[in-house]
Write a protein that binds this ligand. Sequence first.
Ligand code: SF4
Length: 392
Amino acid sequence: MTTTSPVTAIVERCQALFEDLDLGAVKQWKAAAPGRKAIGYLPVYVPRELVHAAGMLPVGILGGGDQIEVIQGDAYYQSYICRIPRSTIELGLTGRLDCLDGMLFPSICDVIRNLSGMWQILFKDKYVRYFDVPQNYQDTVGGAFYVNELAALRDDLGKLRGSPISDAELNASIAVYNENRSAVRDLYAYRSARPWQAPTSEVYLVLRAGMVLPPEAHTELVRDYLAAADAQPRPKRDNARVVLTGSFCEQPPLGLIKSIEMSGCYIVDDDFMLVTRWLLDDVPADAAPLEELSKAFLHRSASTAAKYDAKREDKGVFLLKQIKTRGAEGVIFAAPSFCDPALLERPMLQDVLSRNDVPHTAFKYAENTGQMAPIREQAGTFADSIKLWTAA
Ligand code: SF4
């Protein structure tokens, strides 16, 4: 009789959550107590603390992946743009998101902004908010603006549940998310230190589970995975250590992540599901909550292509730091086709890497792309070139 190892059991659970486009886990959570509400959010960042403080479940919606055929959704967008808005519309029109009581559309690009307008027209009985974030990082300017945005969202969610959200509730939720951020930081540090023990195809699924589980349960899951992964020795390979960047919104198919790993790369950092790592350290949970969330956003957040850089000289600084702290030997730019934020940023980041002698390669994908072989060949050649020509 074969027994399932703890790692396999955890990864299989995460895979089942990942594949369940009908959001069974969310329905289950709602059914466990009367009156519970769930609020969906699109990539890239929303302050989930506010949703949690209202007693609601924040649910990350990352499109339909390669699991659904987009039929109705194609009528709403041009055929050449990225796929996530179309598959998200498809999810909505086919009733798969009916268990959500509202949707937040964070400011990232015109596509998501337009999607928020479509949602208001299509789903009139749901709460919908376009959530804006600052592009100025002074507390008195961008900070004041952002605190107002946070206050408006807090107000809306309070009305939705029927009573205002208190500072104490918010601070308690900030503490819960501090724990979650800490666990995810540990997960990323562990993968970087021992990537053969925690492959990215698994880390991705563990992270993805946090899109539908309550944060408390997700923190426990991450900790369990770390303990189980560490207890099960796996063979170490002579792979090239790379940072994968550009995949912060529409997600690559899981097969693509596996293809990159199978080609000879260890992914030691990435920008998947940045909402889990947008704020880089603990947010004080004993002060004015909105102001503290604002300060963390303005001064202590990840500066990827998904966030506006106020100064040209800031470009690439965060990526170089990722490369250094993770001991990466190269960068793979992997962005969805048509993704303005990722693809506009890419030449500037490539320029920074070239000036710093960091090898890099680039390709585009769609969430339902079936072209794994060329990507595997490209990533494999990149890994070989690092090992042959840039290793000391
Ligand atoms: S993939 Fe890029 S362009 Fe498309 S919705 Fe996301 S951020 Fe916008």
